[in-house]
Design a protein. Structure first.
Length: 450
């Protein structure tokens, strides 16, 4: 009896020891959670070479918008969450691709009221046939799911990078607009104070003073609005870079743009089909679903489970046996899983087609918008230069009393509006180029200071 107990106890300890230290095959190519969270981002490395560069860039040289995008991929708290979530999904896919463990049953019975032998039994069962036949399908599904997770994470990183780049562009141009508005506010205030002294001395008219005051208040209001927008843009940019309140990344003062006349929407669309990781993720989802469909078809077959047993009863009769069990395909027959897989295939194909259609439309619209903005910007900048010269002439004439102050103030206010509008169009063109890069899935122009 003690020997039988020892055998059963030893077998139990061996089984529990195997469970305590599960062997994980690191050479299977499985993507585990740590691999996702700690992996170097191909998006950040592809945007700009950040290797060996300190993340303490607050006191460093000015950063281009592309460098800001690269740092956002490295530092964004939202992307840290996305990588952790991708790690969970990768671990789930890894789990689904593993073979099921065999089941071992052990029993021991000791007679207490008669002299008889101890009864022992042992059984081993494994879904051998189904597991071995379906394991290639399970592995194919696991690999496709892991690739989908990688591609979706890559697309999320790319999207965040372009959003951070857009935020940096807005900060740069809002600073330029704030400088223009501050200059106009300072000039109008200086002129207002001079007119106040002139009116007090009886050398200027009160209605001209009122016009000057209105011009100053309008310029001040415009400056306050721009500064509020700038604060909001800086706060958004800091969120991408994991910077606290009061911290501001050093930004380049210039954002270069390109002539959109040579852009070919169809060629850009073909590039997007080849490089956009969200489309690659959908293709991987389709492959995973095809593997699931094959898995469901095999699982619907009446394949048996194999079991082996050996026993001794209280009469010392020893037996060895084997058994097969199977599910009779009478009502269910696995049709539900097959139907779900087929319907999912149709859904994924429709989603892919819709995404491709939308990508083509968005790229064509963005190219047309860029061309329109570039043309408007060229016209406005040319006219602003002429208006600036004319306004300066009117200022001199107004001070000499040759033209009404109202005429000069009208021209000056219009010049301020148009200068700000020209900067807004420049920002729109730079943001449009960033948006087009985001739609295509790659940088169309390498920019050192953009």
């Amino acid at each position: 009896m003690s020997a039988a107990r020892g055998i059963i106890a030893g077998a139990s300890v061996a089984v529990l020891s195997a469970c305590a230290t599960p062997p994980i095959d690191q050479g299977t190519g499985a993507l585990l959670a740590g691999d996702v969270v700690n992996a170097s981002s191909p998006i950040a490395d592809g945007l700009v070479d950040l290797r060996g560069r300190s993340e303490d860039f607050l006191g460093g040289p000015p950063l281009s918008t592309i460098e800001i995008a690269g740092w956002a991929v490295r530092r964004s708290p939202a992307l840290r969450v996305a990588r952790a979530q991708a790690g969970v999904g990768a671990a789930q896919a890894f789990s689904a691709g593993l073979l099921p463990d065999p089941q071992l049953q052990l029993s021991y019975d000791h007679p207490t009221n008669v002299q008889a032998f101890d009864a022992l039994s042992a059984g081993l069962s494994l879904d051998v046939i189904t597991s071995l036949i379906n394991h290639p399908n399970a592995r194919a599904r696991m690999r496709a799911e892991q690739e989908r997770i990688r591609q979706e994470l890559t697309w999320t990183e790319w999207s965040v990078a372009m959003q951070a780049r857009d935020a940096a562009i807005r900060v740069i141009f809002l600073r330029q607009q704030a400088a223009v508005a501050a200059e106009a506010t300072e000039q109008t205030e200086s002129q207002l104070r001079a007119y106040e002294r002139a009116v007090a001395d009886g050398d200027a008219r009160l209605d001209d003073l009122a016009v000057r005051r209105i011009g100053f208040l309008d310029a001040l209001d415009r400056l306050n609005t721009i500064e509020r927008d700038l604060d909001a843009a800086v706060n958004e940019l800091n969120g991408f870079l994991a910077l606290g309140p009061g911290e501001t990344p050093p930004l380049a003062e210039v954002v270069s743009t390109s002539d959109p006349a040579s852009l070919d929407p169809e060629a850009l669309f073909q590039q997007a089909l080849a490089v956009r990781s969200d489309l690659s993720a959908l293709r991987s989802s389709y492959e995973a679903n095809e593997a699931s469909l094959r898995f469901a078809r095999v699982a619907a077959l009446p394949l048996p489970n194999l079991s082996l047993s050996r026993a001794r009863d209280t009469s010392d009769v020893r037996t060895s046996g084997a058994g097969l069990s199977l599910v009779l395909p009478i009502w269910n027959r696995g049709r539900g899983d097959i139907a779900i897989a087929r319907a999912t295939r149709v859904e994924l194909q429709a989603e892919y087609d819709a995404r491709v259609f939308q990508a083509r439309a968005d790229i064509a619209l963005q190219v047309e918008t860029l061309r329109r903005v570039a043309a408007q910007r060229a016209i406005l900048e040319r006219e602003v230069a002429a208006l600036s010269r004319e306004t300066e002439v009117l200022r001199t004439a107004a001070e000499a009393g040759d033209v009404p102050v109202l005429t000069y103030e009208t021209a000056r206010a219009s010049l301020l509006d148009k200068r700000l509008a020209a900067l807004a169009l420049a920002a729109a063109q730079a943001q449009g180029e960033a948006a087009l890069d985001g739609l295509v899935g790659r940088l169309l122009v390498e920019r050192d200071a953009s």
